[in-house]
Ligand binder design. Sequence first.
Ligand code: GLP
Length: 242
Amino acid sequence: MILKDDKENHAKKIAKCIAEEIKLRQKFDQHLVLGLATGSTPISLYNELARLHVEEGLSFRDVFTFNLDEYCGLEDNHPKSYHDFMNVNLFNRIDIPRENIFIPSGQIEPLFERDYCEGYEQTIKDLGGIDVQILGIGRSGHIGFNEPGSSVDSITRKVKLHDITRTDASSDFGGFDNVPTHAITMGMKTILSANRIFFMAFGEAKQEITKRAFCEEITDDIPASHLQRHKKTTICTDFDIT
Ligand code: GLP
């Protein structure tokens, strides 16, 4: 399903949907598993979820979250880490128990990376899989940090970042050379196994790659194009993609 609206309205609609899912599960003493993204795109959504908590009493005590990715080499409290981003933009503003929050660590020794990534996958499975996944897109066509060439069977792993991705992150890190070269990302298979996906892309910079992802052939060269095969993906944009 493709929905065109402005960013704020999309944020309200997606947050409402998530809130309804949380409340429905709370009635039956069940939890909800959310897959979360970073970047500027989901900030309005996180603001709205925080507002629902503060102003309307929505509780996140029965919610588990799994973030898509983290830069390798950054400590959790690094101001440009995705750990810090999530704390500032969402977790510090809601009542989610700290032990329910999962974000890949950027600090795993190479020897333990494989086990660590398999463990991340297993934890998602143990909690019943991702119920609702939030996604943005990078100009390389990535979702999470699944850069061009990522196969649909890929799981959580360490990846090398595309030059376009590092260029887009240069202003955050004060120059291209300071941007981490690698990241840990949830895999394509992990993401595509989510029950429901909200894909968000706003602004001119995302228009071309979004059109290529959804209007052209499905290819590993544009990992986001694999979302065309996902049964319950809502594409939320502020531009036409047909
Ligand atoms: C990073 C993240 C992606 C995100 C992308 C877009 O690369 N790993 O998950 O979708 O940024 O960021 P923005 O929303 O700031 O354009």
